[in-house]
Design a protein around this ligand. Structure first.
Ligand code: OXD
Ligand code: MN
Length: 615
């Protein structure tokens, strides 16, 4: 009898977990043979299991339990300094040909990569427990629900996955005897030979050995060497975006890097909006924003990923496949996102933030005074006023979505919510106006395809460089980006175009010198109000060469101390800037070769013509 079969039978005798899914059993058995774990644990997703694993990690030094009165049910983890963020240059799409992965993805031959990975995974779990995590992305009875099984040697991954996904027995039951699942194999890549002592954050410190690999032909994921975030919580970027984008293309739906929110007007009408912004452009802040405009209510349905399908009535319906927030901590404050602060008040895992002496946490720009003395994300003594940052710039909180005080009652509705508008955006200090409505669907796809964000010195060591991030999907699309654009354009053939959402491009980040032109945060509700009025057909707009902009006076600026010149600049068409923009888009489009849909080339040409006619 194989190791797994033995363990499985034992489990069955204990009546803890049962699956008769032969494919799953065979795969787990294969992985046990390859990785050689000391034991196998089938996760049931219960609170008891979660508590047990958290306590185990406290004993191992991975977790510090925070003060029970200040942060009930909360823990702090510190990662290894080599393991602090997603590793995009170690992330691969191993499609049969390089062409299918396209110019925006790393590619490697699938057979060669599989051999390489087998070499890395061989014996990689020696001395460790292999956890079998059954999980569902999306409500279990949603038509879009997908079942994944993550096999991991990291208890940190297990507890995070319990917050971020529908994890445990129910997912396994949904899988049943013959159901299909997405295999997600993960190892921190740190075997414990000869009873070696473990370290608090095991991982493979050699970055060149870290691999986050997707196999589109078999829809599987192999992740080696990292225990952090999107590299390790495989339901998120790997499954719900890269693998799901492949499934969505085949099955006729969309897997997007988008928040979902609802906005209710003073008249009581509710609108559902999705928005795609690149990382570090305030998706989580907008998803939970507190409108400053009286009478408007915003509710959150999701802050990172939307799965969108055509409903029976021909409209687009979105679900959030996740059940938690894995948000960036630094910068989250009473001003930028008071609702996120409330969401992380309890039952939250913090990673790489500062530990305060009283057993609470702190990070830069939290809006509360720092402790005089604390422990920084590297576990070193840290003093306020220190020139060293206490929290890592990519420090995170993992919090249950249901704890968000403005969670929408429909956030886990299996059918999803009907989308009235899609917003694209980015960090663009110049040229791009505060808000711009696309003329039609094709123009909207054009705006999404050309989305980009200007980098900051801190992020890429070269300030003011524009990085095109189409649909905010640059690191997350599982196939050729040109084909992805075509997939979006095809929606007009799959449904009545009148039923498609209106598309807008927003930019909260315009600057005049070093000064922000727009206050942002809760004041963004003014832009959302105009968007709702455009959906209703009541909001006034002027047609310009770049799109429909708010007509003078159409944007509600009541009570806002915004100089008239700033308002004018935010909504002006900078013709010279846009001509430069079109040249830049043309250069960037060139890399998609003949896979760039002709419709988009046409959109670019028409924009150029309109700009030239305007002058
Ligand atoms: C994220 C990201 O972590 O987009 O959500 O990087
Ligand atoms: Mn994201």
């Amino acid at each position: 009898m194989g190791v797994l079969a033995f363990l499985f039978v034992r489990k069955r005798k204990n009546r803890t977990m049962v699956t008769s899914n032969a494919k799953l059993l065979a795969w787990v058995e294969d992985v046990v043979q390859l990785c050689q774990p000391a034991r196998v644990h089938w996760c049931d997703g219960t609170q008891e299991e979660y508590d047990r694993l958290c306590n185990l990690m406290v004993s191992a030094g991975t977790f510090t339990a925070l003060d029970k009165n200040l942060r009930p049910g909360c823990f702090l983890a510190r990662s290894h300094p080599s393991d602090v963020a997603r590793v995009e240059d170690r992330t691969y799409i191993c499609s049969a040909s390089k062409e299918e992965a396209g110019p925006t993805n790393n590619w490697a031959d699938p057979a060669e990569m599989k051999e390489k990975l087998k070499g890395l995974f061989r014996g990689c779990m020696v001395g460790r427990t292999l956890y079998v995590i059954p999980f569902a992305m999306g409500p279990l009875d949603s038509p879009l629900c997908k079942i994944g099984i993550e096999l991991t040697d990291s208890p940190y991954v297990v507890v995070n996955m319990r917050i971020m996904t529908r994890m445990g027995r129910a997912a396994l039951e949904k899988l049943g005897a013959n159901g299909e699942f997405i295999p997600c194999l993960h190892s921190v890549g740190a075997p414990l030979h000869n009873g070696n002592h473990d370290v608090p954050w095991p991982c493979e410190p050699d970055v060149s050995k870290k691999h986050i690999v997707h196999f589109p032909e078999e829809l599987s994921i192999w992740s080696y060497g990292s225990g952090y975030g999107g590299n390790a919580l495989l339901g998120k970027k790997c499954l719900a975006l890269r693998i799901a984008s492949l499934a969505a293309r085949k099955e006729g739906w969309l897997a997007e890097h988008m928040l979902i929110l609802s906005l209710t007007s003073p008249q009581g009408k509710t609108y559902y909006l999705c928005a795609a912004f690149p990382s570090a452009c305030g998706k989580t802040n907008l998803a939970m924003m507190q409108p400053t405009l009286p009478g408007w209510t915003l509710r959150c349905l999701g802050d990172d990923i939307a799965w969108i399908r055509i409903g029976k009535d021909g409209r687009l319906y979105a679900i959030n496949p996740e059940t938690g927030f894995f948000g960036v901590a630094p910068g989250t404050s009473q001003k930028s996102n008071p609702n996120a602060l409330k969401a992380v008040a309890r039952n939250t895992i913090f990673t790489n933030v500062v530990l305060r002496p009283e057993g609470d946490i702190w990070w830069e720009e939290m809006g509360v005074p720092p402790p005089a003395k604390g422990i920084d994300w590297e576990g070193k003594e840290w003093f306020s006023g220190n020139c060293r940052k206490g929290a890592h710039a990519n420090a995170r909180f993992t919090a249950p979505a249901a704890q968000c005080p403005v969670i929408d009652p429909k956030w886990d509705n299996p059918e999803g919510v009907p989308i009235s508008a899609i917003l694209f955006g980015g960090r663009r200090p110049s040229t791009i106006p505060l808000v711009n409505e696309a003329f039609d669907w094709e123009h909207g796809v054009f705006l999404g395809s050309a989305a980009g964000s200007e980098t900051t010195a801190a992020a890429i060591h070269q300030a003011g460089v524009l990085r095109r991030d189409p649909f905010a999907m640059l690191p997350f699309c599982g196939y050729h980006m040109g084909d992805y654009f075509a997939h979006w354009l095809l929606l007009t053939q799959r449904t009545d175009r009148a039923k498609l959402p209106k598309v807008f491009f927003v930019n909260w980040f315009r600057k005049s010198g070093d000064r922000w032109l727009w206050p942002g945060f809760g004041e963004n509700s003014r832009v959302l109000k105009w968007i709702c009025e455009r959906i209703e057909g009541t909001g006034h707009a002027v047609e310009t060469p770049i799109g429909n902009l708010p007509a003078p006076g159409a944007l509600d600026l009541t009570g806002l101390d915004l100089p008239a010149n700033d308002a004018a600049e935010l909504l002006a068409v900078d013709t010279e800037g846009w001509k430069k923009e079109t040249r830049d888009i043309a250069g960037y489009y060139a890399k998609f070769g003949d896979r760039l849909p002709a419709t988009l080339e046409d959109q670019l040409r028409k924009l150029d013509q309109r700009l030239n006619t305007a002058t």
